[in-house]
Ligand binder design. Sequence first.
Ligand code: SAM
Length: 296
Amino acid sequence: MEKSTPKAVKELLVGHGLRLKKRFGQNFLVDDGILKKIMRTAALDKDTLVIEIGPGLGSLTRYLFAEAAHVLAIEIDDRLVEVLEEAFEDVANFTLLHKDVLQVDLDEEIEKMDKSYGKVVVVANLPYYITTPFIMNSLQKSERIDRYVLMVQLEVARRLTARPSTKDYNALSVFIHHHTEADFRFRVPPEVFIPKPEVGSAVISLTVKDGHKVSRETSRFHDFVKKAFAQRRKTLVNNLHNAYGVDKEKTGDFLEKMGYDRNVRAERIEPDGWVELAEEFFAVNADVPRENKGRR
Ligand code: SAM
């Protein structure tokens, strides 16, 4: 397939007798304009290793290996793996892993490559059912990835890049802002996919912050933020009381000491404020089990 058009993609599917698998979130891109826009966003160079999740029929992949040093693609569907192996057998800077990306240790795979690269960038039109687990997993486990350029569901894109005091700002937004510089890049209409999804999509860019390290503290911190947002309409004091059993009065005093209103809600707290808040909370409440699963 030289160009990704609806006709070319349909011919490929029919030619290989392929049936689309809904459970793998298969919506193939059939618009070269969008593929080029993703490439401009990714701004790759010949010193970059790209990890592509779900190459599908290879529409995006062929752009990626033209511009990057090497593409490591991970595809779960065995029929698509056959098609890709055949189509790209002569491409020297392409490696295909037939695996479920959620079961892959990405840093280990990067380590296995026969040379090291200046940068590692994940570029993917993600299957929507794994968006959150994939991002959470890799941010909590990988120290080697520098950037993510991802096509995700529009609504999720908004949440991932949301600012405080908006309806989309939640624990996931805090987590993303804690680890990355998150940018909403552009919207993508349903018409550029086969089959056409029911929802809109968008491309986001997540640039991992300098000094990003993976540690036990990362998951503790994230657990704290999740509990703080557990019930959006409740005050932070109430959510912390419910999750950790802490005294409401004392927690209100603590928040005031930290410079917040005692009735503040989680959605008001800036992404940068959370680390200090969590650290101080655990310092003041040293008896609280840090990974308490909550009382309810
Ligand atoms: N990149 C192609 C494109 O843009 O046309 C296909 C994108 S499609 C939205 C998602 C792709 O991810 C499909 O090829 C699907 O088989 C694959 N996939 C789904 N779940 C996966 C998983 N857990 N691990 C790896 N690949 C997966």
